[in-house]
Design a protein around this ligand. Sequence first.
Ligand code: 13P
Length: 344
Amino acid sequence: MTLAGMTLDSLEDVARAMVAEGKGILAADESTGTIGKRFASIDVESTEENRRAYRQLLFTTADAEHFISGVILFDETARQSDAGGQSFVDLLSSKGILPGIKVDRGAKPLAGAPGETVTEGLDGLRERLGEYRGMGCRFAKWRAVIDIDEATGKPSDYCLDANAHALARYAALCVEADIVPIVEPEVLMDGPHDIATCDRVTERTLQRVFAALYDQRVPFEQIILKPNMVISGAKCAQQASAEEVADRTVGCFRRTVPAAVPGIVFLSGGQSDVQATANLNAINARFDDLPWQVSFSYGRALQAPALKSWRGAQANVEAAQAAYFQRAKMNGKARTGSWSAAME
Ligand code: 13P
């Protein structure tokens, strides 16, 4: 099977296309609650039509496909169409952009572990994946949320294991359904912890995630990992440089991520848009011998300037598309370590 000239006969083919040279993934899968918060920040009412119009703006941005390999959609968006009546899934596919789907149902309190969460959504997942594959979705996403709080000993091993088990069950079902799973264990950057703490917690998390994937017979060649970078907590007084983020992130992944995994796509997780680009660039500039493609799957860091330009007005669509295109292009450069601050 081909999509805009790409051969996509196997899950390995799809996974490699997701991390094709110079390209990364747009996370546009904000749930109705989350997009409501983003719209509130620009004084736009979160109606179904406004959500559709905003996603249309992103997906019809000319030439974004030079830097964007795939888009993660929320269920509502996967069922919506552009103004001309073409479904977003078909519109993206026609541009050679792979449509993906968020299938988790959010992080919920973990029984017996106050303040910790486990991600839900496994019940009925086989049937939902079957429907999404029939609609044309080629990959999926499931996000586990790991919070650091040194004062209360978070994260517990129990929380890490519960989330790793769920991520692996999800991934195994995706492979069965001919869908590439994006496996996303996010260690949050909220809080005052330092980068060494993030490094240790990210290592513990990834070690358990890959053990669970192995136990549940998920072929590493058929997944994409979506982790946090190893980075200072947002409220830490000592903020690590892009070079230290790069070195610690790569060191952590070398200890935990099998070489068979085709690609690692970072979440931005609250980094500013330019910081997320600079850190990705530093990784690719400092290391040219990594076993995996190292790319991006940013939500906020790709969309924030576009949202600000748009503000819900049709007259601002062109400016918003230019802002989104610029972030996609800058991150495309960071894929090869050829970005510089002067390009901004
Ligand atoms: P951010 O890049 O805004 O963290 O979003 C990426 C994502 O998909 C989180 O699940």
